[in-house]
Design a protein around this ligand. Structure first.
Ligand SMILES: *Cc1c(COP(=O)(O)O)cnc(C)c1O
Length: 376
């Protein structure tokens, strides 16, 4: 079905095209100067000391687990209302995911009180995910982590440039992980970034990104070194320069893109706020936010009612999505026996409406009218 209003649209133009072509013409297309420039500009933009460009965010999360020494027998507290990659990363290192509920329907991020109740002798880390770009309760979470000696990983896939008490998300915990997948705020097709302020973690990330080798082909091509050793069991998690060149263009556009999203979100809120059977999560949030998605939740509803409602919107040509099917209910995660009533309610009754910087104000007016008609 061709939607009149898609859920998301790329903000690409001839600049991205030129950047990719210029890189191809330069004849250096794998990880090299553009990747270094992309890393430097990204870390400046979000105020992190170190940044490591990677194939995607899933591998950033895997490296984070590896670097922080999490492994067999360890427990990692994580949200269930997230994309499955957040939790898979815990399993890649044979640790156990311990699912934590959300705060409530106004704040869909991980619940610090529940975190505290889930801590055991085996707990090593907490992974948080800044849902839609809205910050988790990082003050409380970092305090809990300090009290119990836990590491904190931020899945910041949704939240480039979002702030929490003057700090950018992804720079507050031990390691932050960003995604540049096609539909994220910054798109390179596939891509990710690991950021940290810790030089040891950075050194490990650089090593593990490229097979645990002590030098890179780009350095060897520059005559900086002619041989290498392999000192750790690493991976090939490298970004390439074609994507990095596209990413550099995207970084120049991000601030303006997010400003537009901020205004579109306000318009949605003013149009939908009178509909009493809808909850708009984070409605009163005023700090700068990436607004990766615009979620609404149906009150006194169930998954069948929600799906019927989604179908009606689709019939009107409006594409929607669900963020997210709860991870603890997927077949491979059911054995962890999580009890997460709020997460389950949101998973069954959330609808994600279209949001991207190319979306017109008239389209939001139209969507809002259709919603108020369909909700009867
Ligand atoms: C997109 C996303 C990921 C995975 O990112 P990739 O770059 O596609 O690997 C992980 N976590 C969350 C919350 C995401 O939205």
């Amino acid at each position: 079905m061709l939607y009149k209003v898609p859920l998301f649209d790329l903000n690409f133009d001839s600049e991205e095209e030129k950047a990719a072509c210029d890189t191809i013409h330069s004849k250096w297309i794998s990880m090299g100067p553009k990747t270094i420039e992309f890393e430097n500009n990204f870390k400046k933009l979000i105020g992190a000391r170190y940044s490591v460009a990677l194939t995607n965010c899933t591998v950033a999360l895997h490296l984070a687990m590896d670097i922080l020494g999490i492994g067999e027998g360890d427990e990692v507290i994580c949200p269930s209302l997230t994309f499955v990659a957040t939790v898979n990363a815990i399993r890649y290192v044979n640790a156990k995911p311990v699912f934590c509920d959300i705060i409530g329907y106004d704040n869909l991020t991980i619940d610090p009180d529940h975190i505290t109740r889930l801590i055991t002798k085996r707990t090593k880390a907490i992974i948080v995910m800044h849902y839609g770009g809205f910050p988790c309760e990082m003050g409380l979470i970092m305090q809990i982590a300090q009290n119990y000696g836990l590491k904190v990983i931020e899945d910041a896939s949704h939240s480039p440039l979002s702030v929490y008490r003057e700090k950018k998300l992804g720079t507050i915990g031990d390691i932050g992980c960003f995604s540049f997948f096609a539909n994220k705020n910054i798109s390179t097709g596939e891509g990710g970034m690991l950021v940290t302020n810790n030089s040891d973690y950075y050194d490990k990330a650089i090593l593990l990104r490229s097979h645990g080798m002590t030098s890179l082909s780009y350095e060897r091509s520059k005559g900086h070194s002619t041989s290498y050793d392999v000192v750790a069991l690493g991976y090939n998690y490298r970004m390439d320069d074609i994507r990095a060149a596209i990413g550099l263009v995207q970084l120049n556009k991000i601030r303006k893109d997010l400003d537009i999203r901020q205004n579109l979100r306000k318009l949605y809120i003013s149009n939908l706020t009178h509909i009493h059977s809808i909850i708009i999560p984070f409605k009163d949030h005023n700090d700068f936010c990436s607004n990766y998605i615009f979620p609404i939740i149906l009150k006194d509803s169930n998954s069948a009612t929600r799906d019927l409602f989604r179908n009606k919107l689709h019939m009107h040509g409006i594409q929607t999505s669900v963020h997210y099917p709860a991870v603890h209910r997927f077949s491979i995660y059911q054995k962890y026996n999580a009890h997460l009533p709020k997460t389950e309610y949101v998973s069954d009754n959330e609808i994600t409406l279209p949001l991207y910087s190319g979306l017109g104000k008239e389209q939001i007016e139209d969507i809002s009218i259709i919603i108020s008609e369909c909700i009867q």
